[in-house]
Design a protein around this ligand. Sequence first.
Ligand code: 13P
Ligand code: SF4
Length: 306
Amino acid sequence: MSKFQISQQQQKIIKEIAQLKKEKNAILLAHNYMRPEIFEAADVCGDSFELSKKAMETDAEIIVFAGVHFMAETAKLLNPEKKVLLPSLRAGCFMADMITADRLKIMKQKHPNAGVCLYVNSAASVKAEADICCTSANAVEMVERLPHDEIIFAPDKHLAEYVATKTKKRIIPWSGFCHVHTNFSHEKIVRAKEKYPHAKIMMHPETPGEFLKYADHICGTGGMITFSKKDDAKEYLVGTEEGMVWRLRKEVPEKEFYPLMGSCINMKQITLENIRESLIQEKYDITIDPKIFEKAKRSLTRMMEL
Ligand code: 13P
Ligand code: SF4
């Protein structure tokens, strides 16, 4: 098994980050797709939902978000009085960029009786147009919670397709997708299964349905940790962003994990160096347009309350 080795230089930066966090009463939240050395510096690692929850609970004055822009915005919406820092403004999300508030308004006009369930992988301005938000960990539950029989599900068409298989409601999908989870082939899976015949397959529901049929377990990134901890297999093929393999190896060291998919260049913009810089200079401070703040917060808190 390839083991992660931390270098002396990385250890030095982790110490500096720890000192800065103490001085500034800051907390570092890291998404499961981060580089493995960042897990060593983080106070909490988790999926989108777990990190949003943590952001709500903390009494730190500063939240440094090792993740992508929509995640830092979510933390800010839930904590308006706190400073939320994103270490690199290049850490966006291609899927989140596939929808705008104006385009969603047009879709809503076309389907006046439909409720809107919005995946958190979206900008705050789009959240302001939704009835409720969801993450990969609770998408089916949130769709069921809305009183409507028809649901516009955006922006991920594959997550929408997956949710549609789990509910009787009519799902009207948006057309977005994540390149990491769609840049995939049947041959890739067949070859991986030949190489690791005893491995179970876990897949993220951002993956197209034609590939999900190979999965032994379909879940978000947090679900992959929970599942592999209690499941009886010893090896797993991990159908999501490749960084998840490092997280699983750290959390479940007695088992083997192999990547099936590639890397998210947005997530990889975050480094130990720019986290340290972010704490020193208190940048980049996430702000949200006051005109949409309350509406965006409402769709998110509706999810958090449940
Ligand atoms: P999770 O909420 O499952 O961590 O997923 C976030 C994400 O961006 C998946 O690509
Ligand atoms: Fe966005 Fe895909 Fe990266 Fe997740 S993996 S942050 S959906 S681009």
